[in-house]
Design a binder for this molecule. Structure first.
Ligand code: URA
Length: 263
């Protein structure tokens, strides 16, 4: 789309927003065309915002997420992943969650079940949540990539997403975060951080302190798969200390037992 045409669309949307109580509407096809252009996505996000002071409510969020999920399920931007996946893995949990976890990409189990973090690493994440007094249904869990990174025929295991795959898929995650509007984000592992912030650094430099993504407090901690590989109590304790900071930030009560807990 040329700049003058884009300016015209934005001006029209702004006009509608000024005169109406409702966010401007556009057909799915139009939105899909506009969203193909990242600069338009940003403009749309700003111009279709709800009137000042009105925050998205749970049912609004569920509807908006359902529309993104539909687009994701038909996505073929990475042709190789669209061919190899069993299904896309969008995200799971409470659309109105205060706390959102971001992992890297679905593995074999997630690809089979269509839900993030259901394999061994996922079971550990569920235990961490339980220790925080949360169920999976209380929080929202998503990945940078919505497709399982493909593997050469006949080989087992999972591979990390490439920078190009992450850049291509990132807009979907950005939309999920924009809709959910969590109070706190947790990025699990260095790959999730790279996908979200575009920053590459060692986890020992990143974890355990607050960062921000789009003004949302972001805690970075180790990926549960790392804890499965490295069972040292010191590493488990680090993740737990990061989660205690998250609970504090969310103003959740923390019991003495939780304070002394080792995962
Ligand atoms: N690891 C991830 O990062 N995400 C999943 O969904 C599963 C494992």
């Amino acid at each position: 789309m040329t700049q003058p045409a884009l300016d015209l669309v934005i001006a029209a949307l702004e006009g509608i927003r000024e005169k109406s109580d409702h966010a401007p509407r556009a057909s799915r096809t139009t939105l899909a065309r506009l969203r193909a252009d990242e600069s338009v996505t940003v403009a749309l996000r700003e111009t279709t915002a709800l009137p000042t002071g009105r925050r998205l409510q749970g049912p609004d969020k569920a509807n908006l997420l359902a529309a993104v999920r539909e687009r994701v399920s038909a996505c073929a931007k990475c042709g190789h992943l669209a061919c190899s996946r069993t299904q896309t893995v969008f995200g799971v949990g409470n659309p109105d969650a205060d706390l959102m976890f971001i992992g890297e990409a679905p593995g074999a189990d997630e690809d089979q079940q269509g839900e993030p973090f259901v394999g061994r690493a996922g079971q550990l994440l569920t235990r961490i949540l339980k220790a925080m007094n949360f169920a999976r249904e209380d929080v929202y869990i998503a990945n940078i990539l919505k497709c399982r990174p493909d593997m050469p025929a006949g080989s087992f295991g999972n591979r990390p997403p490439t920078p190009t795959e992450m850049q291509t898929c990132r807009p979907y995650l950005v939309e999920q975060i924009d809709i959910i509007q969590p109070s706190v984000l947790v990025a699990l592992g260095a790959v999730a951080v790279e996908g979200l912030l575009g920053t590459r650094a060692a986890m020992r430099e990143l974890r355990g302190r607050w960062h921000t993504y789009n003004s949302i407090p972001l805690m970075i901690t180790y990926h549960p798969a790392y804890l499965l590989r490295n069972q040292a109590p010191s590493e488990k304790r680090k993740v737990w200390e990061d989660m205690l900071q998250v609970l504090e930030r969310l103003e959740q009560p923390i019991s003495e037992r939780q304070r002394n807990y080792f995962l």
